[in-house]
Design a protein. Structure first.
Length: 156
């Protein structure tokens, strides 16, 4: 390995002394999260899930908004489904051809899956999705709540 590359690798590790501990923690969180969601539902095994995308979930006045980081994933390779009050986002990211020798590979490829239990106020029939620059945004509108009304009682 050249002196330049050797210096680069040493610099990147020394600049972040907790890098490997953080990496191990993230991998364990991914593994346990994927195992809980997929295996508990009997739909997937840990061997079928290669990575877990990071997701932000927020609530607005009219909807729930889920934003997932999916860089390098074609929108055609993403599947969003709803069933029994659960939202499932799954898909895959293709691996790059390994025609050249790599010094480091940190970007994960393969299958991913995330599952979310939706509140009863979510209108699963009106979910919309858009993908832009590797970010998937799902908007789940809230159901219109029935307004309470006073019933007039008539005397007999």
């Amino acid at each position: 390995m050249s002196a330049v590359l050797n210096g680069f690798f040493n610099q990147s590790v020394n600049a972040r002394p907790w890098f490997f501990v953080d990496r191990l923690q993230r991998q364990l969180e991914r593994d346990f999260s994927a195992a809980r969601g997929a295996v508990a539902n009997g739909e997937a095994t840990q061997e079928q899930i290669d990575w877990t995308p990071n997701v932000d979930v927020r609530e607005t006045k009219d909807a729930f908004v889920l934003t997932a980081d999916l860089p390098g994933v074609n929108p055609q390779d993403i599947e969003v489904t709803t069933k029994s009050g659960e939202l499932v986002v799954r898909g895959s990211r293709a691996a790059e051809a390994e025609s050249e020798a790599y010094f480091r590979i940190e970007r994960v490829s393969g299958r991913f899956e995330r599952r979310f239990k939706l509140p009863e106020s979510a209108n699963v029939d009106a979910v919309s999705a858009k993908s832009s620059h590797g970010v998937l945004t799902l908007t789940i509108p809230k159901r219109v709540e029935a307004q309470a009304r006073r019933v007039k009682i008539q005397a007999a």
